[in-house]
Design a protein around this ligand. Structure first.
Ligand code: 5RP
Length: 224
């Protein structure tokens, strides 16, 4: 999709020589990775990437982007990641690709988080259409899911073909339909208070900027 390509590549030009760069996950960030690899080759910028998933790690390695980890570098200068939904306050739902836990850790340790999306991801209210992904430990799921549903959703354990989807952390994902999330901060805290919930896909106050790709350019949004 051309809009994803435009947003993904545009964001890569915010990366400066010498930066530690958080590398998100998904099809939009794929274009960011390709543009970063071009800049490394042409402009000879020196950067170190910290991938937010095994999939991104593989792509970055194949493209020749040098990598490090949050063990070697505890602070990230800039992270570029995708999102499934973005609200007017730039709060996000993430985790469509199942990478939400590492994505949230990477975003949390970043000075700046740039989100790259196409217009279809911009919504007035989170969770009206998209199911909120929640990462849970891979045992005692019936009880954990029961507690999650008491917060006002119906849910499904995510499947990968005929078996249960496993995250990079060997956990499961519960996709939760809330039909609109009016209090995302409160819901995020309530979900994470359930023992067995590892993390949820609400990213509150984490995005510094959202870049929306259009056919003929981008729109940039940030909260002052
Ligand atoms: C993965 C994510 C992705 O960033 C999100 O699903 C967006 O993906 P895409 O750029 O392919 O639309 O949160 O866990």
């Amino acid at each position: 999709m051309v809009e994803k390509r435009i947003a993904g590549r545009w964001a890569a030009d915010y990366v400066e020589d010498g930066m530690i760069v958080g590398l998100g996950t998904g099809s939009t960030v794929q274009y960011t990775l390709e543009r970063l690899a071009e800049r490394i080759a042409k402009e000879k910028i020196n950067i170190l990437g910290i991938p937010s998933s095994i999939a991104t790690e593989k792509v970055a390695k194949a493209l020749g982007i040098p990598l490090t980890s949050l063990n070697e570098h505890t602070h990230i200068d800039i992270t570029i990641d995708g999102a499934d939904e973005v609200d007017p306050e730039l709060n996000l739902i993430k985790g469509g690709g199942g990478a939400l836990l590492r994505e949230k850790i990477v975003a949390y340790h970043s000075k700046q988080v740039i989100i790259v999306v196409d217009q279809t991801k911009m919504v007035d209210l989170l969770g009206l259409k998209f199911e909120l992904p929640v990462e849970v430990v891979p045992f005692w799921n019936a009880s954990i899911i029961n507690s999650i549903e008491k917060l006002g959703c119906s849910s499904n354990l995510r499947l990968d073909k005929n078996s249960l989807f496993k995250t990079d952390n060997m956990n499961y994902i519960v996709d939760c339909m809330f039909h609109g999330i009016e209090e995302p901060e409160e819901l995020s805290a309530d979900l994470n208070a359930i023992p067995g919930v590892v993390e949820n896909g609400l990213f509150i106050d984490m995005a510094s900027m959202v870049i929306v790709g259009k056919k003929d350019g981008v729109e940039e949004y940030s909260i002052d």
